[in-house]
Ligand binder design. Structure first.
Ligand code: ASP
Length: 328
């Protein structure tokens, strides 16, 4: 039978509440991956699924060590088993898009890696986890998904790792790919994806992940941000900064001033935006302030790219090259 690897990390999909009507008061990351699988007899006979529990946490509590373990498991499994059809990951929805993008940048294999989560705990009336997991497996087993990179399957939609983002705090349709829409759909008829996969950007296929990761902070733009915020981060020795700029990635005068007045070396810095849709382009004074436009990456995804760039020892020019290659 076809072999599949299921990596469980926790989240609401593995969450439990005391009552079936409790949609908010529940504990995430309670059920093991084996239990999620056992609750889905419909998967029996579809594939021989090996379950590995990487963590069982709310995804806000994931650590770089969990990312390292996920990457190591997937790379090893693909290298060891040419017959392995793909990988499915159960994950909390809050940071799912970060993990998806991280894996996209690190896993160089045409076989599908599919992340699924749930907006309602496993105990809820109309829990969405079982169908999302079933459909995630369906996508991971499908030839149609080959070459599309890391995918996210939620509510019957198939999203690409670069664009997908959580756009709602509640409701099963909480994921979107702003600007482009989902890559495709999955239903009982099959997996519907474009025949020709777009280019996959796996910039760090050979990168080994260290035990200790660089520190990259995100600074959120707003009216009159506290002037000391950026200086405090620079003084603390942060390795990278991502700005969630206003509008098309704009920094306030006081934020720019903090960078201008900083006497030490500047860290690698990316300008993203808080609008949620649309690109951020280079500005004339970016270079002198040490900034780079994050193109269409949202702030957490810009941070993931920056983390890996720092681990790989890239400089600002190298990073600019990656950004322009990934911007379609
Ligand atoms: N608290 C959850 C998490 O682990 C939310 C979810 O999974 O929907 O991200």
């Amino acid at each position: 039978m076809t072999r599949l690897l299921l990596l469980a990390t926790g989240g609401t999909i593995a969450g439990r509440a005391a009552e079936a009507t409790q949609l908010n008061a529940y504990t995430a990351g309670v059920m093991a991956g084996d239990e999620l699988l056992a609750a889905l007899p419909q998967l029996q006979g579809l594939a021989d699924i090996t379950v590995v529990q990487i963590a069982n946490v709310d995804s806000a509590d994931l650590l770089f060590g969990h990312w390292r373990a996920l990457v190591g498991r997937i790379r090893d499994a693909f290298a060891a088993d040419p017959e392995l059809a793909g990988v499915v990951i159960t994950h909390g929805t809050n940071t799912l898009e970060e993990t998806a993008w991280l894996l996209q940048l690190l896993i160089d294999d045409p076989r599908p890696v599919v992340l699924v989560g749930a907006m309602r705990p496993a105990t809820a009336l109309s829990a969405d986890g079982p169908l999302n997991l079933f459909q995630g497996v369906q996508v991971a087993l499908s030839p149609e998904a080959h070459g599309h990179g890391v995918l996210v399957v939620m509510d019957g939609q198939i999203h690409g790792a670069q664009r997908v983002t959580k756009v709602a705090t509640q409701g099963v349709g909480a994921f979107a790919s702003p600007g482009s829409g989902p890559l495709g759909w999955v239903d009982d008829v099959g997996v519907h994806l474009p025949v020709n996969a777009a280019d996959r950007f796996c910039f760090f296929a050979d990168l080994s992940l260290p035990e200790h990761w660089p520190q990259v902070a995100i600074v959120h733009g707003c009216v009159e941000p506290p002037g000391f915020q950026i200086t405090a981060l620079l003084q603390a020795g942060v390795d990278g900064l991502v700005f969630t700029g206003t509008g098309a990635g704009q920094l306030s005068r006081s934020e720019r001033q903090a960078l201008e007045e900083w006497q030490g070396p500047l860290p690698l810095m990316l300008r993203s935006n808080r609008c949620g849709r649309g690109p951020v382009h280079d500005r004339e004074d970016d270079a002198e302030l040490g900034l780079l436009a994050a193109a269409d990456l949202n702030p957490p995804k810009a941070r993931v790219l920056l983390l890996l760039a720092l681990i790989a020892g890239l400089d600002r020019d190298d990073l600019a090259g990656l950004l322009s290659a990934s911007h379609r």
